[in-house]
Design a binder for this molecule. Structure first.
Ligand code: B12
Ligand code: SF4
Length: 583
């Protein structure tokens, strides 16, 4: 098996989660991942494609998922066999503050010489602190690092100076150096996701488990596709808002993918998968011409896959109609965050909309072929009280009453951390927050606390951490009851969630007073504690679209397999010819 030039490793949130007794809570109930946050960044695929196209062999290893799926999976033994020329570890999401550093430490114990490269938004934010850890050699900053990563690997291979590698933070004879953040592309067409590369990777390393994006993906193969980096908006809670993008990534204006490139990528996904495709970003941000071109492209494709659109503000009426004409199977996601217009206005004045406008859009979507309309609400907002959270749930009932079974509502706590770089992280007092951890190390420590009450890195002047936790379960309980009443979920699912909430609340109460050293006393509850951190504010299955009889397109996969075999043969023949010539 060929030695990889780079292994991209995705760590679990907390490295030794299998030995620890931590009640993570419902912090990941509204995303496909578990609280281990086992989903790797989409950027793993763009980096892979960019490097593979330039002759580098890259292997993606979802270590978090391997550890989750097999409690006895031996991490040091597995890593010792990989032997790449370099490792890349993501610290994109701050909840990986513990796992990423521990995995890097382990790598250095196995092979102290192998370079360890960090990247991602949180790594960019904390690059100066991160580089001080002995197990971290390089940090690549920014939201787009494919060319700098390529340059870094070439320089390392050829022993060249690193001074000209853009976006790189590194150490030279003990001195920290931060090169300019000068690679900030204005178009995103230089890379794409090319899912077929993952199939080739599975064949090359004979390892399917390590490339799966999250637990359960095989049964629910949802894929995401992005059309933007950065954002023009300034939602106060977002670590990728206009100001955050400028601070972390040097990006002043958002960059978009061309309609042709976006549609081409969607077509590639559709060739191998029948699963839903989530379009990350609001197409309307670029303008009507862009929307028209993308939708025309999608109409030509005539894919059967479900396409999920998200909108930031309220769309003009023509937008949903245009989607409906172009796409056969489509769904819509909206994040009003709260029923309270005054609080919604604090989020971002420019994407503000009234409830009346929201309800009009809901009615319009439901009058069209929209298959599913999911509304996301949030706990932990500026100005939000317990009463306000419960009033949001009343509003969900109002929406249930005035719609049909295609509409569902979800509510979850903002957590475990506020996003570094967001307004509320940078200026917490102004928005009524009390930030309980600032540095990377403080966040690493928080992740080891026994329960999510103690892990949350904030509280607000309206709700303490205990109150945030309490109202989360209270709201979830009522919302679950409403979903049952209005037939959004089956009685069996609803009853399951209800009993999980009761159990989770009881466990949370027991753990709340416990400090880290007493955790050991709860070791016998470990399995149960992990279990009740999942599917408590809703059943995870509610997030997924109905399954197809066949999730994948076998002919498409076969074509990629044949392509791979042909490429391997050509490479072998080229090696043989070079040998004959004595090169
Ligand atoms: C789509 C999205 C998701 C998708 C996941 C997509 C995925 N697998 O990447 C979903 C909805 C599942 C999701 C979940 C979460 N998300 Co999110 N997500 C986004 C969003 C909207 C777009 C990200 C995107 O598409 N990027 C484009 C891809 C191609 O680039 P990329 O993955 O970022 O990779 C590039 C760079 O980051 C960097 N890079 C990344 N990793 C590495 C590793 C190495 C070694 C190197 C060198 C470079 C590098 O280079 C890459 C290539 O150029 C952003 C906001 C935004 N507008 O940016 C939030 C955002 C990234 N998410 C955020 C958060 C907090 C989360 C959650 C923790 C929320 C939660 N509690 O549930 C979870 C974590 C999920 C997990 N790991 O299991 C925060 C991160 C703040 C922070 N610093 O921690 C953001 C900024 C905003 C937000 N609040 O939503 N998310
Ligand atoms: S949450 Fe707001 S600021 Fe962040 S990416 Fe979405 S629209 Fe932009």
């Amino acid at each position: 098996m060929s030695q990889p030039d780079l292994v991209l490793l995705h760590p679990p949130s907390v490295y030794d989660f299998r030995q620890k007794t931590i009640m993570y809570g419902p912090i990941s109930d509204l995303i496909p991942s578990s609280p281990i946050f086992e989903m790797y960044p989409l950027g793993f695929l763009t980096m892979t494609n960019y490097l593979e196209a330039r002759g580098f062999k890259v292997r993606v290893v979802n270590l978090a998922l391997r550890m989750m799926n097999d409690r006895r999976f031996d991490v040091p033994a597995f890593l010792a066999k990989l032997k790449p020329k370099a490792y890349g570890i993501d610290l994109h999401w701050l909840p990986h503050a513990h796992g990423s550093l521990e995995v890097a430490k382990l790598i250095k114990q196995i092979d102290p010489q192998v370079p360890v490269i960090f990247g991602g938004l949180s790594a960019s934010y904390y690059h100066r602190e991160l580089i001080e850890y002995p197990q971290v050699d390089y940090v690549l900053r920014g939201d787009s690092v494919e060319p700098p990563l390529h340059q870094l690997l070439v320089c390392l291979r050829e022993g060249r100076s690193l001074e000209s590698v853009p976006n790189l933070t590194w150490k030279s004879e003990g001195v920290v150096r931060a090169n300019d953040l000068s690679f900030v592309p204005q178009s995103l067409d230089y890379v794409d996701l090319q899912p077929q590369q993952m199939i080739k990777m599975v064949l090359r390393y004979r390892d399917l488990q390590s490339v799966l994006p999250f637990n359960g993906w095989w049964q629910n193969p949802i894929t995401a596709i992005f059309n933007v980096k950065g954002c023009a908006h300034q939602c106060v809670t977002c670590g990728s808002s206009r100001k955050a993008s400028k601070q972390l990534c040097g990006r002043r204006v958002p960059a978009f993918r061309s309609p042709q490139n976006l549609v081409k990528n969607i077509a590639e996904i559709g060739r191998t998968s029948r699963g839903p495709i989530f379009l990350v970003g609001d197409l309307q941000e670029v303008g009507p011409d862009y929307v028209r071109q993308v939708l025309e492209g999608l109409e030509r494709l005539a894919l059967k896959n479900e396409i999920i659109f998200e909108v930031f503000g309220m769309p003009p009426s023509g937008y949903l109609q245009a989607i409906d004409r172009a796409v056969k199977n489509w769904s819509l996601e909206l994040s009003p965050e709260t029923h309270d217009e005054a609080l919604r206005r604090i989020q971002d004045e420019r994407v503000f909309y009234t409830n009346e406008e929201l309800e009009a859009v809901i009615q319009q979507a439901l009058s069209l072929r929209c298959h599913r309309l999911d509304l996301f609400f949030m706990i932990g907002l500026s100005g939000q009280t317990r009463a306000s959270v419960l009033a949001t749930i009343d509003y969900c009932e109002f929406l249930f009453k005035n719609s049909d079974r295609r509409l569902s509502c979800f509510i979850s706590p903002r957590g475990p951390f506020l996003d570094p770089g967001s307004n509320i992280f940078e200026d917490p007092e102004r928005y009524g927050y009390r930030l309980l951890a600032h540095s990377l190390e403080e966040h690493r420590q928080l992740l080891l606390q026994p329960s999510w009450t103690q892990i949350l890195n904030y509280e607000t002047i309206w709700m303490s951490r205990e109150e945030l936790v309490e109202v989360t379960y209270a709201a979830a309980e009522i919302l679950n009851g409403l979903k049952l009443q209005y037939r959004r979920i089956s009685p069996a699912h609803g009853q399951e969630v209800a009993s999980r909430i009761i159990r989770a609340r009881a466990l949370e109460d027991r753990l709340r007073g416990v400090d880290r050293h007493q955790q050991i006393a709860f070791a016998e509850l470990r399995g149960e504690i992990h279990e009740y951190s999942v599917s408590t504010v809703c059943d995870k299955r509610e997030l997924f679209w109905p399954r197809q009889r066949l999730n994948f397109r076998l002919l498409g996969i076969l074509r990629v397999v044949l392509e791979y075999l042909l490429e391997s043969l050509q490479q072998k023949a080229a090696r043989w010819r070079r040998k004959q010539k004595g090169e």
